[in-house]
Write a protein that binds this ligand. Structure first.
Ligand SMILES: C[S@@+](CC[C@H](N)C(=O)[O-])C[C@H]1O[C@@H](n2cnc3c(N)ncnc32)[C@H](O)[C@@H]1O
Length: 197
């Protein structure tokens, strides 16, 4: 499996946003939607061996984490608007702490914080921090079940980074320039695909 964890620092945590305003009032939920696209879409298929954790920290009811599970996913289309609609449906679900509420096949909402997500993954796989000053990913042996952690349009805060570093992740860069989160995911997939081809 490949896992991705993205911090949506301002991304809304309730479902009362307008689909026409995902890049504004919804706290850059458009970035989250593009990350969903990058995590799963192949030309004529979906990646089934991927799970994506979108940690939403903005809006009225944070934290919430929407989980997309590739092996169960249905009704996912490549456009941002319909992906945002899947996220809205998830956020409209009532969910209690400790629960994972399913809103559509392969889409779940939880009340997990960034700290909760890292704690869950500490038992699952090696954490891999995508960081501009990390080691060159071309020199890196990708582990089994990597858990890639990256920021949205902002880097992890100092506090988030300290928490992540406490799990002793590997840190890798995927090139000399600072890229958008969704673009980083495509490159990471490509590097991992090449190694497993
Ligand atoms: C849009 S960037 C965040 C802001 C960016 N660091 C800047 O200064 O403009 C989103 C995230 O993608 C990841 N990222 C971007 N470029 C990267 C690179 N060259 N290598 C590794 N990770 C990268 C980092 O996790 C970063 O937090």
């Amino acid at each position: 499996m490949r896992y991705f964890v993205i911090t949506g620092h301002k991304a809304v945590s309730t479902g009362d946003f307008k689909l026409d305003d995902i890049a504004g009032g919804a706290g850059r939920l458009d970035i989250m939607a593009r990350c969903v696209n990058s995590a799963f879409f192949l030309s004529h298929d979906l990646r089934k061996d991927v799970e994506l954790y979108l940690v939403l920290m903005g809006g009225e009811d944070p934290p919430k984490t929407i989980i997309f599970k590739g092996d169960e996913l249905r009704y996912l289309n490549p456009d941002e608007r319909s992906t945002a609609a899947l996220m809205r449906n998830a956020l409209l679900k009532k969910v209690q702490p400790g629960e994972e509420a399913k809103s559509s096949p392969g889409v779940y909402v939880t009340r997990m914080s960034f700290a909760d997500v890292l704690e869950r993954f500490s038992k699952v796989g090696k954490m891999v921090y995508l960081k501009e000053d990390g080691m060159d990913c071309r020199e890196y042996d990708f582990p089994e079940n990597p858990v890639f952690v990256l920021g949205d349009n902002r880097d992890l805060t100092e506090e988030e980074e300290a928490l992540l570093l406490s799990y002793l992740p590997d840190s890798i860069n995927i090139g000399p320039l600072s890229l958008h989160a969704d673009h980083c995911m495509i490159i990471v997939h490509n590097e991992a695909d090449r190694r497993s081809a």
